[in-house]
Design a protein around this ligand. Structure first.
Ligand code: CP
Length: 304
């Protein structure tokens, strides 16, 4: 494969190779000199049609640590605002001799569409409610680092599963590595097809946490909700918000994850987000090494 469009399209062997490569790059970026010269002859464009803090900065830093030439593009400040199409935009960028495109877009399937229509490697940095493969990879890499292995672990994904590309990519990645996956949230935020993926559903947060080794807390994506959404934010927090009291009342310590951005006080309280049970900033740290691995492995295929 010359693209990373989704976890659905890769194998357990691909994930193992990405993690072994990321182990090496994590060691590299903790050295006094954090860069390697590997991609001096590679040019990468980061094209973001949706807002991002972590993913955009993490990809940029990963590319710079590999010594690639990097261009970053935000649709909001571009000629997309004058009506230029996706393909015209990307072809104009590619005319500047770009080897790889990292793209975030609000439409599910946008990264796949791009990969079929341009002559460069495409990495999906999130396409609507479809997939966010590098987020799932960095999440699994963090679980592996914290608990030794992903296989055999029980992971509950809590919250807005319906609108979440993070949930879908995590479900594929975790199951591929032999983890058990449960989703937890209100009925209105859990899609009907989810059980067909081999995932169990639990609407009671306490029961879900009592079962789990890891809880991955998702944000309610207010920007993607329609008016039929129920419950209200206050009701959501009462039923699905993780608090320190709730965690302390369990008979074990579970690992708390969140892909960010956090709605503090909604899906997770600050004392949980900032606690030693939380690996939220480790996820961000690991994101750079994992993205270096993904880009390095794809670029090796371009060059050969
Ligand atoms: N986790 C994540 O995708 O965050 P951003 O939207 O800030 O990139």
């Amino acid at each position: 494969v010359n693209h990373l469009i989704g976890i659905k399209y890769i194998t357990k062997q691909d994930i193992d190779l990405i993690f072994e490569t990321a182990d090496h790059f994590k060691e590299v970026i903790n050295r006094p000199i954090k860069k390697v010269p590997s991609l001096r002859d590679v040019t990468i464009a980061n094209i973001f049609f949706e807002n991002s803090t972590r993913t955009k900065l993490s990809f940029e830093l990963a590319q710079k640590r590999l010594s690639a030439d990097v261009m970053s593009f935000s649709a909001a400040q571009s000629s997309v605002k004058k009506g230029e199409t996706l393909i015209d935009t990307v072809n104009n960028i590619l005319a500047m001799k770009v080897d790889m495109v990292v793209m975030r877009h609000s439409s599910p399937g946008a990264a796949h569409f791009l990969s079929q229509n341009i002559g460069a490697s495409v990495v999906n940095a999130g396409d609507g409610a479809h997939e966010h493969p590098t987020q799932a990879l960095l999440d699994s890499f963090t679980i592996r680092e914290k608990l030794g292995d992903v296989g055999g672990k029980k992971i509950v994904i809590v919250g807005d599963i319906l609108h979440s590309r993070v949930a879908l990519s995590n479900i594929f990645a975790l199951q591929m590595q032999g983890a058990e996956v449960k989703v937890c949230g209100p009925k209105t935020l859990i899609p009907k097809y989810i059980e067909s993926l081999g995932v169990t559903v639990e609407h009671n947060l306490r029961k879900a946490l009592e079962w789990a080794d890891v809880a991955n807390m998702l944000r309610v994506q207010n920007e993607r909700l329609d008016v039929s959404y129920f419950p209200t934010t206050r009701e959501y927090t009462q039923q699905y918000g993780v608090t320190k009291e709730l965690l302390d009342s369990l008979n074990k310590e579970i690992v708390i994850m969140h892909p960010g951005p956090i709605n503090r006080g909604v899906e997770i309280t600050s004392d949980v987000a900032d606690s030693q049970q939380s690996v939220i900033l480790e996820q961000v740290e690991n994101g750079v090494a994992v993205r270096m691995a993904v880009i390095y492995l794809l670029a090796s295929k371009i060059k050969n």
